[in-house]
Ligand binder design. Sequence first.
Ligand code: NDP
Length: 449
Amino acid sequence: MEKAIERIRDKDPEQQEFHQAVDEVFTSVKPVLDRNFEFRQQAILERITEPERVIMFRVPWMDDEGQVHVNRGFRVEMNSALGPYKGGLRFHASVNLGIIKFLAFEQVFKNSLTTLSMGGGKGGSDFDPKGKSDNEVMRFCQSFMAELYRHIGPNTDVPAGDIGVGAREIGYMFGMYKKLKNEFTGVLTGKSLAWGGSLIRPEATGYGAVYFAAEMLQTKGETFEGKSCLVSGSGNVAQFTTEKINALGGKVTTLSDSSGYVYDEEGFDTAKLNFVKELKNIKRGRISEYVQEYPKAEYIRVDPSLDYNPLWAHSADCAFPCATQNEINTKDAEHLIAGGVGLICEGANMPTLPDAVDILHEHNILFAPGKAANAGGVAVSGLEMAQNSMRLSWPRQEVDARLKHIMKSIHKTCLDAGTEYGVEGNYVAGANIASFVKVVNAMLDQGLV
Ligand code: NDP
């Protein structure tokens, strides 16, 4: 295992996020490797970390002043043992191949946990939609799809949204795909309801994370009633995490973006959350503008040179990092513990650094890794694919009930795998072991391909 990790580091030394994700999975699955010596001859660790295909391409586009720009597009088709590649597209200035590979690698295991037939992939671009006009975003999306269309399809690879890619971007990309292929098909998920989207898809990641956390609380005989929660981010996942916490009787006191965060001691109730949704989704504003409408709340700009995020130093019962990777370091973990947090549930992908996870485990904090806790989004994407294939739309209650059922079953899968391999209550190990075993068995069944 150490040799495999070393080879991966040597091959692509700059891909730190990918190494971090691989380290975590490999460390967790050591007991599985010890029981299955044949995995070594089959080079399973090498095969599972090498993408089946990496597509990198030029995305030229023109701004409203006639200036031409060039961004880089990516699609990493990581593993198709369980079904067509499935995973989101991220548009953010920080995007590079290492980040997309880490996300694609995580996606393989996450998709396996959903029990649906989906392989893993991820893509995106270093294009930053912030501050761009609708027309600029449309031209970018069309140029991006002008290349991507030849690599994807409803039975091959089905992308969705992620950071910077919401209903608007999915619409522009779907339109371009349809024009180029002359085919109206379920090639993207997260589509608008009127033309093939699924009810509950926008809500699914946030709702699913809270359903998962509720299951964890139940193991301690607790519920969300009266619990205070810290949430980071203010995008899709943060918004619907907040909505579901409110619905279950909890209170959310923080929301953030990449510049800073708002602390509202009274909580983001429905009216305040609706204000945030309009601010972020329609006006495309910054979270700092919240305090102009609600002056009793406080806006704290976060100095990027600080070695901790003061958001995590507020007292609370639960924390939901829902912005991006590597948001919680060891200092933040110590602050969370000192502030009384008993549960941390990752709405984002890999927001907690490995050393911080170790500290949380040492203090017996309930900790849910993103690949299990935020799998509700891709699960409902899988349900969107099923509805598209049948040319049917299921009602809201039905999709929500299926989402809840899937999150409960992922929770049980993690607990059972942890118990079977002697790491009871460790959701990180449980999620990694259960998903790894399923993907590897499928790979072995399908031969050396
Ligand atoms: P959005 O683009 O809707 O929102 C992202 C939020 O995170 C924004 O508030 C953004 O602030 C903030 N953010 C982004 N990058 C950074 C950064 N480098 N530092 C601090 N804050 C940052 O994305 P989503 O809500 O869809 O995604 C959030 C996380 O959840 C990601 O990790 C994503 O991979 C994960 N996820 C999303 C799923 C989905 O269904 N959407 C499914 C599963 C996981 P700003 O506006 O300043 O950039």
